[in-house]
Design a protein around this ligand. Structure first.
Ligand SMILES: C[S@@+](CC[C@H](N)C(=O)[O-])C[C@H]1O[C@@H](n2cnc3c(N)ncnc32)[C@H](O)[C@@H]1O
Length: 237
């Protein structure tokens, strides 16, 4: 997975230019105002990628980003030189400070395919929250919304780069393999073709909410969320 994002980091913002990050930040802000009980505004975006949510949240919150991929963070750093970004794995995150809000968005949590890793990550989120602090976790799918055999296509058609990515999703036990096939053409690289299995964890809402409760969070599932997949919300007890 780290290799996947290392390879794609330089194309990431072009691939996901259809996402309205500014609107997402506005919705997040409304949710934060509704649920947060802690008085301050320190916000950590875990698995922040290229930092676009933070670009829009930084005017309202004291923000910081955290991600496993150095290459994604390099782009984030160029985009937002005034924001601190830290490299690390969310399952073993151990920072020297606490936050009032932690976000983990756009299905980043589903990259954890082992139940033990989910437990570790949720525990790490809880450990880094002050009492009354809020964690917001956006899954890409749960057991309820996962669709076996669903087809995907993504195209980037810019003068300087062409990307075609198609996939058919398949399931093995509690892991969904997105099986992405990429064709990427640039004048510098020519055309490269590669396949990435992109394994992602499928977990039930009930199991996830139970894990959150067991980590000292008062947990609920809120719909529609940002991209209609809902959001797990936890308030630190
Ligand atoms: C789909 S991208 C989402 C990026 C960003 N949150 C957004 O909304 O654009 C998933 C991100 O999760 C990061 N990631 C995956 N596993 C991680 C882990 N164990 N710890 C920290 N970051 C991780 C990847 O490097 C990648 O940047």
């Amino acid at each position: 997975m780290t290799d996947f994002y290392s390879r794609l980091a330089r194309y990431y913002d072009q691939m996901y230019s259809f996402i309205d990050y500014e609107k997402n930040a506005k919705t997040l802000n409304e949710i934060i105002q509704r649920y947060k009980k802690a008085p301050d505004t320190r916000l950590l975006d875990v698995a922040c990628g290229t930092g676009t949510h933070l670009k829009y949240l930084k005017n309202t919150y004291q923000v910081m980003g955290f991600d496993i991929s150095n290459e994604m963070l390099e782009i984030a750093d160029k985009k937002c030189p005034d924001i601190e970004f830290i490299q690390g794995d969310m399952t073993s995150m151990s920072l020297d400070r606490k936050f009032d809000v932690i976000t983990c968005l756009f299905g980043s949590i589903n990259y954890l395919v082992k139940k033990a890793d989910l437990v570790k990550a949720i525990h790490a989120f809880s450990k880094h929250l002050v009492t009354g602090g809020l964690v917001i976790i956006e899954p890409i799918f749960t057991t309820d919304s996962y669709r076996e055999g669903s087809l995907g296509i993504l195209c980037v058609d810019l003068p300087e780069i062409k990307i075609a990515r198609t996939n058919v999703t398949r399931r093995e036990g509690d892991i969904a393999y997105l099986d992405f096939h990429f064709l990427i053409s640039t004048p510098e690289t020519g055309t490269e073709h590669f396949v990435d299995p992109s394994p992602m964890g499928i977990f039930s809402k009930d199991m996830f909410l139970k894990m959150m409760e067991e980590s000292g969070l008062s947990a609920s599932f809120v719909e529609p969320g940002l991209a209609k997949e809902g959001l797990f919300i936890g308030i630190k007890k």
